[in-house]
Design a protein around this ligand. Sequence first.
Ligand code: ADP
Ligand code: MG
Length: 686
Amino acid sequence: MPQLRLDTPVQFLKGIGEKRAEVLARLGVHSVQDLLYHIPHRYIDASTLTPMAHARVGDDVACAGTVISKGVLPTRKGLRIFHAVLRDASGVLECAWPGQAFLDRTIIVGQQLLVAGPIRFYHGRQMAPRELIVLGDPDDEAAGRVLPVYPAAEGISHKQIRAIIDGHLDAMLGVVTDILPDTLRAQFSLPTLRDALLAVHHPTTTAEAERGRRRLAIDELLDLQLMLARARALAREGERGTQFTVHRTLTTALRAGLPWELTADQKQAIREIFDDMTGRARMHRLLMGDVGTGKTVVALFAMLLALENDYQAALMAPTELLAEQHYQSLSRLLAPLGVVPELLLGRLTAADKRAARQRLTSGETRIVIGTHALVQEAVAFQRLGLVVIDEQHRFGVEQRAALMHKGDAPDVLLLTATPIPRSLALTRFGDLDMSVLKMRPPGRGVIRTALRTPMHRNRVFDFVRHAVQEGAQAYIVLPVIEESERADLRAAETMAASLTARWPDVRVGLVHGKLKAPERDRVMRAFRDNEVQLLVATTVIEVGIDVPNASIMVIEHPERFGLAQLHQLRGRVGRGERESHCILMIAGAETPERLRAFAQTDDGFKIAELDLAERQHGDLLGARQSGSVDFKIARFPDDTDLLAEARALARTILESDPLLNHRENQALRLRALTRYPRGETLFRVG
Ligand code: ADP
Ligand code: MG
């Protein structure tokens, strides 16, 4: 056999013929390198066997012993359970495999078994094994080892893969070279690549395996962080912004006149924004804060800093309703300062629009609030210094870019109520600057989230009716899913009609996505003004609407919503002083665990992590939608801390060698560019 190399096709390895090579190819394993990086997705820890007599209910243990009896027991529900009783020197243990009656054909009395799993209480101690290994089989010297379990495929078992990797591991490790310079490895206390691979494939403890995996994950994340850091550096070099000066005229006046104290988070965010705006580089900052955390006033401070410097500021919102809402609240805050904002909407008459544009061009208007009407070509500013985009994800990239290109490189502040898990933010945006508002202003009523089943339906609706009679307003939200859109909309209409019939004295409104925008706005306005007391709605109410008097939300079929979406919905209540209620009407008799978790937390970031995990799960099942970068070894959210480490590593490397030209960094550069070929231009001089 010729000298082994990383790019040697696996087909030439002993024990792998053409057939197996084909099967391995389906797992993405073509070369020796692929085989080395085909890492276990879990481990069976048989390194510490528990004597059966010591296995306690609630423990998760591994035991080995002889089968002394076995059989299949049917249950009343028709499920067939395979049972076996094992014995070791210390005692006996009963094991049960529900639904796996077929094991009766493979397991025989007298055989040695290794089992691992949780011990529960069921007429005594019983293990529900997660793992089962028949010992004494020459391939399997499992007892006393931590056994890797590899992703397998039809035609090749994880055991066969384990045998192949075991057989070639030494030879393969012999041709591995570490791509990270030793000094850096030492600085970040990382194991060598060879040690990491050995630990992953042949660990003595699961902790050792995990340390190895993390080193491999860092390598993988480093490639992306190198790209992102380079992109960011180029953007900074290229984009000179306006260097504002804090004159403390308008900004100080605003602070002095506020009817409440800013939260510590708001103060911190304002400091970060002012640091950016007074710096030389153009600001490009994301202000992230759950609904109700008070992003608007933070943005107002930024706008006033621009005004103090004789620049104009623009605030763009995704709907006319939201733009109006901002206009009203900002007008109130600005009145004492003698600043009069302008409102620019698509529905203004042509003459009004022309006049508004005229005031922008002449510089008479200093602050403008509007919808995407702001990005129309005809809109020109006298001197635009700051652009604020509310609910930024609701705009297309081109719309955001169009506003950012008005004026001479205005600073940019993006607002979002959708907490982005740190892992996603770092992979998707890399070095985007971010300020976070976590705390809510004091004095808000709490939101209680309750889970209710069909049994409670009447009581829930009595409760709603009672609260409405007492003067509160309420939302009833129904899902609309594309496949069943027609039926769903009918359900919303039916709900509105039946409530109107049932409660003739309650003013009921209905909004859904199929209504024309003016009609929808009309109903929403009526709700805002308390002309409508009970609003039946589909998810169109998700965005920013602020009705402090609305304190009840009933969500029908919560199972059909994503967790992040539920959280956005819930944020519509709890805006006033009154205690608020969010009631999830579950259709079935059982409460899904995810909804229970949701009901228990109000932390938007935590929910975002749960939501992300859920969607990644969805990806595995084939419903791809998260838009994140794919990783083979790194896992989220578990590896979030590694992202920060990879980012620090990338920065350290680029600090002394921005284009990765040094000899010791050549291999790094090559690997990163192999993975991200489009990053080429980022590493060219010029
Ligand atoms: P969001 O972050 O959801 O956009 P808003 O900016 O609309 O939140 O603020 C929600 C409400 O809280 C507004 O009525 C605003 O005036 C009020 N608010 C903002 N900051 C504070 C504060 N520090 N103390 C009390 N109320 C505040
Ligand atoms: Mg807002």
